[in-house]
Design a protein around this ligand. Structure first.
Ligand SMILES: Cc1cc2nc3c(=O)[nH]c(=O)nc-3n(C[C@H](O)[C@H](O)[C@H](O)COP(=O)(O)OP(=O)(O)OC[C@H]3O[C@@H](n4cnc5c(N)ncnc54)[C@H](O)[C@@H]3O)c2cc1C
Length: 393
């Protein structure tokens, strides 16, 4: 009987997804993968340890057209949804914190300015944001709780031709480094979006220190103490919760892809380690228990890949629904969290060392599980669409 090699297949493309990508999609993926391999992976573990966002990578990220990549014009790349997904996947193979930066800049800041902003706002912000010269943040969550954003306390009152904002936001990615904050505040008419520039009197964005997760990402609180914003900084195109929720749908779509990248990184680390770690006289990859572990990981990754590829095609066809995005975000983040933990366990004691990536991904994914709608909230969104009954309140 011939002895078969277990490592001849391309495990991360077992179902030949690459073949169903267009030439442009393949090129985007390859370019981002190269950036991650050459520039991100060599520094990211240290950044995580030092609790430091690698700001020096922004010019490289911008030069590849990765900021606002799905938008047309204004210096943006105009790529399709599958390409945006592949960008998120490859970047999160490096680190969820860096992908969070790209998601927030692209889906939560540039997208609402592009979709709901005035022409003057688009001209002022979008080209500079695409070049990475202006950084954005998105302020929706408040200290009393993020899962029920309709219960918003931050309030904007009209005063002549200006608006006066009071209140606070919490857990805001990019906050302390942002040049502009897209802030959602309650008004007499309902929720409105405001563009608050850095340095505006009464506006502060202190960084939240001592996180155990997303340590290579900046997370901040935002404080508004009688912050005066002119009418021209209000997003004219939307009133109500559908404004921020439509941004979240874009970002959650990218997260469903991104979390897959973290899962792939952990799987690859675990598979390589299993082939090299010798125990009881042979590599642990040769034991059935570890093979089952790797087979389970790979199965979930392939299912996740097929899910987001199909979702991306639906998004490009203009038929994607928020419920589909909830299912994909919920499934893939949960799957990636489990894979990161299993990979860490396969590595034994070495798995807790900073030399290996799985525990960093595992810690990061705890934030990803919670933000952009917690796992529970996506369960309730699906529950409502299955049963027609609202189980939120
Ligand atoms: C690192 C990081 C970065 C973030 N970046 C941003 C950002 O850039 N901008 C932004 O606006 N926000 C951001 N967030 C905030 C994030 O979106 C919120 O943390 C999230 O919405 C959950 O809100 P919460 O943490 O206040 O939890 P809560 O809403 O207080 O929920 C607590 C628990 O209760 C559960 N729960 C809530 N409601 C129900 C219910 N009806 N039934 C059953 N269980 C329920 C939740 O699932 C959770 O387990 C970020 C968070 C983190 C951790």
């Amino acid at each position: 009987m011939t002895k078969r090699s277990t490592r001849t297949l391309d495990p991360l493309d077992l179902f030949e997804i690459r073949q169903s990508l267009s030439e442009e999609e393949r090129m985007v993926q390859a370019a981002v993968a190269r950036l991650v391999d050459e520039k991100v992976l060599p520094i990211i573990q240290k950044c995580f340890e030092e609790h430091r966002f690698p700001r020096e990578l922004i010019p490289d990220i911008a030069a590849l057209g990765l900021l606002g990549s799905s938008l047309e014009g204004y210096g943006c790349a105009g790529l399709n949804a599958v390409s945006y997904g592949l960008i998120c996947q490859e970047i999160e193979r490096g680190d969820s914190g860096l992908r969070s930066f790209v998601s927030v800049q692209s889906s939560l800041c540039m997208y609402p300015i592009y979709t709901f902003g005035s022409e003057a706002q688009k001209q002022k912000y979008l080209p500079a944001m695409a070049r990475g010269e202006l950084i954005g943040c998105f302020g929706l969550t408040e200290p009393h709780g993020g899962s029920d954003p309709a219960n918003m306390k931050t309030y904007a009152r009209k005063r002549g031709s200006d608006w006066v904002i009071n209140g606070s936001k919490m857990w805001i990615t990019n906050g302390a480094i942002a040049d502009v904050a897209v802030v959602w505040a309650m008004t007499e008419e309902g929720i409105r979006g405001f563009l608050v520039d850095k340095g505006t009197t009464g506006f502060a964005a202190p960084e939240i220190e001592r996180k155990f997760s997303l340590r290579a990402s900046v997370t901040s609180a935002l404080f508004f103490d009688n912050v005066v914003v002119p009418e021209e900084n209000v997003l004219p195109g939307v009133v109500g919760l559908k404004g921020p929720l439509s941004c979240l749908t874009q970002a959650r779509y990218g997260i469903a892809w991104g979390s897959l990248g973290a899962a792939m990184a952990c799987y690859e680390e675990a598979a390589a380690y299993a082939c090299n770690r010798v125990m009881f006289g042979k590599p642990i990859a040769g034991f059935q228990l570890q093979q089952a572990r790797l087979a389970d990981m790979l199965t979930e990754i392939v299912k996740g890949q097929l899910l987001v590829l199909h979702l991306g095609r639906l998004k490009d066809a203009g038929t994607m629904t928020p419920q589909q995005v909830s299912l994909a975000k919920r499934n893939n983040v949960s799957m990636a969290t489990d894979i990161a933990r299993e990979a860490r366990r396969l590595l034994g004691a070495n798995g807790i060392l900073a030399e290996y990536a799985s525990m960093r991904h595992m810690a990061n994914l705890e934030s990803v599980y919670t933000y952009e709608g917690t796992h529970d909230i996506h369960t309730l969104i699906l529950g409502q669409s299955i049963t027609g009954l609202n189980a939120f309140g």
